[in-house]
Design a protein around this ligand. Structure first.
Ligand code: ATP
Length: 383
């Protein structure tokens, strides 16, 4: 179990997969090709269809549309146990009355693997998750993080073609969650197992995955590498999810001739004018939403309350929070808008500051998401 395992196949192909529950469409038109050995994160807010997608892959839910293939084999009609997938749940789902070793051995016994081979593979799996000295304990005698390691060992011991993980770190406290994140990354680097990982935590997804799939209302919004999603969200919804905390509603005042080919547009809100970069096609008069990350708003002291210069917003400091290396600051514009910024220094509460943003870091999106076909984004960004 020290090299890529899980049988021969090139890719897992999810083709136009959909799932309805009565009148509710939980997942629609889901298309994704996962290369063998890839780590994919399915990301999105509660109710976006992440678990539905994972349960369709696991065989716990039949599809109402589409197909799933592993290599040339169609698997969506197979029962879960015939798919050769390992599953890790948020709730660990261990057998409380079986020891750690017996929990891990369970899947092998179900597959009729012999006793000595089972012992060898269980020992190896427990070594990989660093639990070799806990083999005879019961799950109730372990910490949450250790129990989740047992669940991971149980999933990988069968040398699955694909590992499916459904929010595996959600029940752990902040410190353990970080430790287990590193552990999962390390295991993936060691074993190269094809992994599909569901989370609502963008930081977790960005740090673990080779590619991210962002879902909203059962539809794929964007597929891309962590850097592609971090730097170039395809619509404001994805931007919101990727930490662009400042979403400013504005109207396109004029399109600047894009001589530089960078799609610069001028937008105006009640209390500010900005030069930004259009991500979607926009025209003068369009209602847009400008997305700016807190780290992209440069904070400067202002001793005068004069008119604001280009791409500079005047605001008053309301809340300052110390966050280790920097301060998270909430400010309010004269128009009453709250903005979130980062600052190396602690500005004084009640003081006036000037915020400046580079036009390339003020992303201008069509406000009406329905005016932008989600599939366009998926295709545009998928590699
Ligand atoms: P969470 O993070 O809260 O688990 P999710 O992104 O995993 O959310 P799903 O659980 O896949 O979302 O749900 C997607 C949609 O399908 C939701 O509107 C949900 O209410 C609906 N849904 C899910 N399971 C069922 C079911 N068994 N019966 C009816 N509707 C369901």
């Amino acid at each position: 179990m020290t090299t890529t395992s899980g049988g021969e196949f090139d890719s897992l192909r999810i083709e136009n997969v959909g799932r309805r529950f009565g009148g509710t469409t939980a997942l629609q038109g889901f298309d994704l090709t996962v290369q063998r050995g890839e780590f994919i994160a399915l990301l999105g807010p509660s109710g976006c269809g992440k678990s539905t997608a994972l349960n369709c892959l696991a065989g716990l839910l039949p599809l109402t549309d589409g197909q799933i293939r592993v290599g040339e084999q169609r698997i969506d009609l197979l029962p879960p146990e015939k798919r050769d997938f390992g599953m890790v749940f948020q709730s660990y789902a261990l057998f409380p009355h079986l020891t750690v070793a017996k929990n891990v051995a369970f899947g092998l016994q179900m597959r009729g693997v012999g006793r000595s081979e089972t012992t060898r593979r269980v020992t190896e799996a427990l070594r990989l998750v660093r639990l070799e000295d806990q083999a005879t304990k019961l799950p109730g005698q372990l910490s949450g993080g250790q129990q989740q390691r047992v669940a991971i060992a149980r999933a990988i011991v069968i040398e699955p073609r694909v590992v499916l993980m459904d929010e595996p770190l959600s029940n752990l406290d902040a410190k353990l969650r970080l430790e287990m994140r590193t552990e999962i990354r390390r295991l993936h680097q060691t074993l190269g197992l094809t992994t599909i990982y569901v989370t609502h935590d963008q930081e977790e997804a960005l740090s673990l995955a080779d590619r991210l799939v962002v879902l909203r209302l059962g539809q794929v919004q964007q597929i891309g590498t962590p850097q592609e999603l971090h730097d170039g969200p395809a619509n404001w919804h994805v931007a919101d999810f990727m930490g662009y905390r400042n979403l400013i509603d504005a109207t396109v005042s004029a399109e600047r001739a894009a001589a530089d080919g960078e799609g610069r547009v001028r937008v105006a809100a009640e209390d500010m004018e900005l030069l930004g970069t259009a991500v979607n096609t926009v025209a003068a008069g369009d209602e847009v939403r400008v997305a700016v990350r807190p780290t992209d708003l440069l904070v400067q002291r202002s001793d005068h309350a004069g008119p604001t210069a280009a791409n500079t917003i005047q605001a008053e400091v309301e809340v300052v929070e110390y966050q280790g290396r920097e301060y998270a600051v909430e400010v309010r514009t004269p128009g009453g808008r709250a903005l979130h910024v980062r600052s190396e220094h602690a500005p004084e509460v009640g003081s006036t500051v000037l915020l400046t943003v580079e036009p390339s870091r003020a992303l201008v999106y069509q406000r009406d998401l329905d005016a932008v076909a989600p599939a366009e984004h998926a295709d545009a960004v998928a590699s």
